[in-house]
Design a protein around this ligand. Structure first.
Ligand code: NDP
Length: 776
């Protein structure tokens, strides 16, 4: 093929010499050719090949050269791979956000649509397919493919995997990272669409690309390069190198800077690509040949089945890897089917792809010869030729739509890929038999079933060894649905999310956790009894509205205010009790003074608790007020809720209420005492009382035990015998009597035994009382 294309260069005599060609093709194709890039696309620029070589692009309709493009070889591949390497290792593409990559790929899809008309004409000129097919299938499907993968660019996320083992606890997650520089080699049957299938997932995942289009069809790949620049794809991210398989293709496969190979083409070349990948241990995906069975059940509308099977094989002139090239028809309808299939094929309109036809020329002379060779072999092997069988016309590479009946499994045309408009019809009798025969082939790319029997469809579709099964349809290609082969039809999948697996590699990241860090804290049941009502708020409304938060803040604030007031009051009482105790000591009422000290001690314990609570509430407030987003607010409230729970455990609400009441009682008690004891002591009395009180306090703290309060009627300590002293004693007694009438201070109301009772109880009873007092 190379020699033919090179010799064709002599046909080109500059623009004036080409005028006649342009008239012969289509006005639009001729117009498009005027702006057609002809150089290699490397690092964002169109450049000549290092060797300066060019090769001809032939029009398959005439077999004549209509254009020339630069011919890449190993030197250009090296330049392109280095540019792609730079773009990947230092450039923007793999470093920009997936969202940004997606935007650019969307733009690219739109640009393809905007240029659809000229792209369609160039495609048909290059490949020979009817321009109507380029317009309704190749170009829109290509745009759709870029749009589909643009959507994936920001969704390539990994997984989170909690794990713990003998070494501890770990938080692990995966990242889906691009592979690097991807070498891609594509065929000629759907030039732009095959490019889209390869390039779109690679770019979406953040890779950089070096692509070789088929020698027969390099034009739209170069136009696509122009659109990449226009869309804003950074230089070096994509490089397009027209050239020949063994030179440019081989150099891509062997280049040490290429991290992955992706190929669509013949199984024969696929094996070479795989071997090249194996040498350097780089991943390889292959979409190769096929010999797809299409099984027609007996209870079907024969006319429709004929039309469906016709489309399955003749679409794109039979140049489809997935073509339904083994038509298995049930014996019950076989004769009718065969007759109608031949008639349908004979009616097929063949001719100039820019006119109203169903079928244009095959892509090149090699393919034409290969197909005619298979037709010849089939006849020699005994297949019954129903229609066609020859070249169509004498110019270009047209083949008559051909139908063979009575094809048997061992015939060459039932075994090998013809890649042309040649239908082979085979007869079958049973379901088991047809499944067995359909699978008896080295390929496993696609398959089809035409049937109205759901059980037949289910059994056969599951039994076929093929990457795709079309049921009552064929050649449906949706960007989101994977495509690829079983057996020798390839490795991996193009299209859909499955394709992305071949353009990403998975990185696992482990992060060590604190050994005692629990995965999940238990949810406290007491949360529902939270004083602020926050437990309810949180359990009922997992998503907090800002109003809820405001309410929670207000509740907490009022809670905090109350607590502060209470704390101040208790502090006053604590101070007061000490003063009272001091005065009682000065008056020789040691037991009373001790009682006051005990009260003071209890109030101090309560004050400490209040301090802790206040700290928590204030902490919560701070958290909530300083937090900006809802998630953080939620976390703050959770934390606050936990604090509330802790407080509840430390001091139940009822106790707090009681405490407030106690504190009020204590104050009233102290006020009354003050009134009764009259003016404060003189300085000497103060000093003596202070010293004695300190001693008393020390003794109490050291012993860590509290004595019982005096009970009403219990004898007070002996008083001096002087008149003054007797007066003082009488006054003290009166005071004691009055004191006995006062309400007792809560928390200190442990009934004191009478002296007789105390004697009766003995030391054990006294211990019990002590314990009761301490716990109070
Ligand atoms: P190939 O498999 O030879 O070509 C496919 C691509 O591979 C082309 O770009 C080709 O370059 C390139 N290539 C060829 N040799 C090498 C190599 N040694 N190293 C790297 N790249 C290479 O297919 P053909 O075009 O020759 O067609 C032959 C048959 O292949 C068809 O009749 C059909 O049966 C099958 N085929 C299958 C396709 C499919 O979609 N699965 C598509 C096309 C063909 P160059 O263009 O220079 O040859």
């Amino acid at each position: 093929m190379q020699s033919l294309r090179r010799s064709g260069a002599a046909l080109l005599r500059g623009p004036s010499g080409l005028t006649s060609f342009w008239r012969a093709i289509s006005t639009q194709a001729a117009e498009a050719l005027k702006t057609q890039p002809s150089q290699l696309f490397i690092d964002g620029k169109f450049v000549d090949a290092a060797s300066g070589k060019k090769f001809d692009v032939l029009d398959p309709t005439t077999g004549e050269a209509v254009f020339q493009v630069a011919e890449a070889d190993a030197a250009d591949v090296d330049k392109a791979v280095k540019a792609a390497r730079r773009a990947f290792d230092q450039g923007e593409w793999p470093r920009m956000s997936g969202k940004q990559r997606g935007k650019i790929l969307y733009r690219l899809a739109e640009l393809i649509e905007q240029h659809a008309e000229e792209l369609a004409h160039i495609e048909s000129l290059d490949n020979g397919k009817p321009v109507v097919m380029s317009k309704i299938a190749d170009i829109p499907l290509s745009a759709d493919h870029f749009r589909y993968f643009a959507g994936w660019a920001d969704k390539l996320t990994g997984k989170t995997i909690p794990c713990d083992n003998v070494f501890g606890k770990f938080f692990a997650y995966t990242l889906h990272e691009p592979l690097g520089v991807v070498g891609q080699i594509i065929p000629w049957n759907f030039p732009l669409l095959m490019l889209a299938w390869k390039v779109a997932p690679a770019l979406a995942a953040g890779n950089c690309v070096v692509l070789k289009p088929a020698e027969q069809t390099p034009l739209n790949a170069l136009r696509f390069a122009q659109l990449c620049n226009e869309a804003g794809i950074p230089p070096g991210t994509i490089n397009i190198l027209p050239g020949f398989g063994p030179t440019a293709g081989g150099a891509i496969c062997d280049h040490p800077g290429v991290d992955k190979l992706a190929f669509t083409g013949s199984t024969e070349i696929g094996k070479l690509i795989m071997a090249a990948g194996a040498k350097r241990v780089v991943p390889v995906t292959l979409e190769l040949g096929g010999k797809s069975p299409l099984i027609v059940d007996k209870n079907v509308d024969v006319d429709k089945a004929v039309e469906d099977t016709h489309f399955a094989l003749f679409f794109n002139h039979g140049q489809c890897c997935a073509a339904g090239s083994r038509t298995f028809v049930h014996a019950d309808i076989y004769d009718e089917f065969v007759e109608k299939a031949a008639k349908r094929a004979a009616k097929r309109k063949v001719g100039d792809p820019f006119s109203d036809v169903e079928q244009g020329p095959q892509v090149d002379e090699d393919q034409l010869k290969k197909i005619l060779g298979y037709i010849d072999v089939a006849q020699r092997e005994g297949a019954r030729l129903l229609t066609g069988g020859k070249q169509h016309g004498s110019k270009g590479y047209f083949v008559e739509p051909t139908v063979f009946a009575d094809v048997t499994d061992e015939m060459t045309i039932a075994q090998e890929e013809i890649f042309g408009p040649v239908q082979s019809i085979l007869k079958y009798h049973t379901t088991e038999e047809v499944i067995e025969r359909a699978n008896a082939n080295c390929y496993g790319l696609a398959s089809g079933i035409i049937s109205n029997d759901i059980n037949f469809i289910n059994t056969v579709s599951r039994s076929l060894k093929a990457g795709t099964v079309w049921v009552n349809c064929y050649n449906v290609y949706e960007s989101a649905v994977p495509f690829g082969g079983y057996k020798m039809s390839g490795i991996g999948r193009d299209k859909g999310a499955y394709a992305l697996e071949h353009y990403t590699q998975t990185k696992a990241v482990y992060q060590a956790l604190e050994p005692n860090q629990p995965w999940l804290l238990p949810r406290p049941s007491s949360v529902h009894r939270s004083p602020a009502g926050m437990g309810q708020l949180m359990s009922k409304k997992p998503k907090l509205e800002i109003n809820d938060v405001d309410r929670a803040v207000l509740t907490l604030k009022s809670q905090a205010r109350k607590l502060e007031q209470q704390r101040t009051r208790i502090q006053g009482d604590i101070d007061r009790e000490r003063q009272i105790a001091k005065e009682l000591v000065a008056q020789g009422r040691k037991d009373r003074a001790l009682l006051a000290l005990k009260r003071r001690k209890l109030q101090e314990v309560q004050a400490e608790r209040l301090d802790g609570w206040l700290l928590n509430v204030q902490g919560m407030l701070l958290n909530i007020e300083t937090t900006k987003n809802q998630q953080q607010l939620f976390a703050a409230l959770k934390e606050g809720n936990k604090a509330v729970k802790d407080m509840q455990q430390a001091m139940p609400l009822e106790e707090v209420d009681k405490l407030m009441q106690d504190s009020a009682d204590a104050k009233a008690y102290a006020d009354e005492l003050n009134q009764m004891l009259g003016e404060s002591l003189n300085p000497e009395q103060q000093e003596a009382a202070e010293a004695e009180l300190e001693e008393l306090e020390k003794q109490m703290l050291e012993e860590q035990r509290l004595e019982m309060p005096a009970a009403p009627g219990r004898p007070l300590p002996a008083v001096p015998a002087t008149e003054e002293e007797e007066k003082a004693a009488a006054a003290a007694e009166a005071t004691a009597a009055q004191l006995a009438q006062l309400p007792s201070v809560p928390g200190t109301t442990v009934a004191a035994p009478t002296a007789a009772a105390a004697e009766e109880e003995g030391p054990a009873g006294e211990q019990e009382r002590e314990a009761a007092l301490v716990s109070a």
